[in-house]
Ligand binder design. Structure first.
Ligand code: HEM
Length: 163
């Protein structure tokens, strides 16, 4: 019970933002490992096995956790609240528009596509084109994610790499 209470007090915008920010590095690491895994297996014409599907599920879980943290943050963020309070003004403000609309929609699109691709891969178990199909879609998904992160060096909306 006490543990639940402790966890509950940690669920505020500040803690969620720190968690979301650091979890991004795990997401990026997974992206790097996953894209190499997909590419090497695709180039070697390796059959997409049931074991590979389970590995893919684990990768997808990491993205889904970031999605859940992202949505929890979305409903607690002052920036997002500011955006929805006056949309006409919010849309003209780069920071408010980015977190209220752009970041949320692009990351959701990417993670929905990841989940759809994972489900579709189930039907490609024991085929040689399983990894090829993954390669064809993941390269685009990764571009969406990489371009929607508020990098510290971004001229558009920048945030510190480490909080
Ligand atoms: C792969 C998925 C995602 C990655 C890599 C990611 C990454 C990030 C990063 C690096 C920041 C800046 C953190 C900081 O200021 O230190 C951020 C902020 C934020 N993200 Fe995400 N994000 C993802 C998905 C999502 C999703 C799906 C949502 C919501 C639906 C979301 C909502 C937000 C919000 C609301 C903020 C800013 C909150 C504030 O400053 O008040 N993110 N995200």
């Amino acid at each position: 019970m006490q543990l639940y209470l402790q966890i509950y007090t940690l669920i505020d915008a500040t803690h969620l933002l720190i968690f979301h920010s650091y979890f991004r590095w795990l997401v990026l690491l997974i992206m790097l490992v996953q894209i190499l895994w997909i590419y090497i297996n695709y180039k070697r014409n390796i059959i997409f096995s049931a074991k590979d599907f389970k590995i893919l599920l684990l990768y997808t879980l990491v993205f889904d956790i970031q999605l859940i943290i992202g949505w929890s943050l979305y409903f607690n963020s002052m920036l997002v609240e500011g955006f929805w309070a006056d949309i006409a003004k919010g849309i003209k403000n780069r920071q408010l528009r980015f977190f209220g609309l752009e970041h949320m929609s692009m990351m959701n699109l990417a993670i929905i596509l990841i989940n759809i691709s994972t489900i579709r891969s189930y039907f490609r178990i024991n085929t040689t084109y399983g990894f090829k199909k993954l390669w064809n879609i993941y390269i685009w998904i990764y571009l969406i994610i990489l371009s929607s992160i508020p990098w510290s060096f971004s001229p558009l909306t920048s945030r510190p790499n480490f909080r």
